[in-house]
Design a protein around this ligand. Sequence first.
Ligand SMILES: C[S@@+](CC[C@H](N)C(=O)[O-])C[C@H]1O[C@@H](n2cnc3c(N)ncnc32)[C@H](O)[C@@H]1O
Length: 243
Amino acid sequence: MSTDAPADPSRRPFAGSANPRAGRGESPLPTAAAAYWEAAAASFDEEPDHGLRDPAVRAAWAARLRGWLLSGPAAVLDLGCGTGSLALLAAEQGHRVTGVDRSPRMIARARAKLAGREAAFLVGDAAEPPVGERRFDAVLVRHVLWALPDARAALRRWAGLLAPGGRLVLVEGRWGEAEPIGVSAAELTSLVAPLAAWTRVESLVDDPVLWGKEVTDERYALLAEVPGRDGAVADAPLASPSG
Ligand SMILES: C[S@@+](CC[C@H](N)C(=O)[O-])C[C@H]1O[C@@H](n2cnc3c(N)ncnc32)[C@H](O)[C@@H]1O
């Protein structure tokens, strides 16, 4: 992730492994941060890993996504979908995508980006997605969980949105060197493991093409599968290229 988040320490839910706003019923984002994403929507796609405009960057994310999502047309819920760049890749791979974001401007861009495709976009809270009783084969969340006030509750909710055998695909990191923000793979694994039949962390640091530059901070995807109805679980997938 690039410098795309406000430098607001109150938005560091994993700092000290606790978010002071968690559990107090407060808005998932302080007003200033929600306004930040609204303002950021117009230029969001200018970062290589956001807009995926460079064919090499786009191909690198497409290859990862292909490895992370189940084969065959799957129902994918993309939470905090932003301008829909990953949603578009998933749709291009034959999946039916539902995207949710709090920012109406982000959603407007996502709708335009996926116009004519089998995709739906909703303005709403990623922590409580407005999808009713629908269940999904995959819940995809990139660079959003770290900013939620109660990550544990959000993860429980997301696991409950999965069809038996469905998969969480969480792309996160700890960005920056001096004062890193975000969530480490170890922290996230400890939150997800109790919900999952298996978890697997794939490092994304050694693949500069994903980011359009060399990176040295922690970046990863965490995959997790919920048990099937009969308790059966598939094997953890093999790592994607360079993973
Ligand atoms: C760093 S961007 C990531 C966008 C997209 N997932 C991607 O990887 O390109 C974070 C996005 O999460 C959205 N967001 C942040 N908190 C949210 C919440 N509680 N509910 C829904 N969307 C949220 C923001 O509006 C923004 O579009």
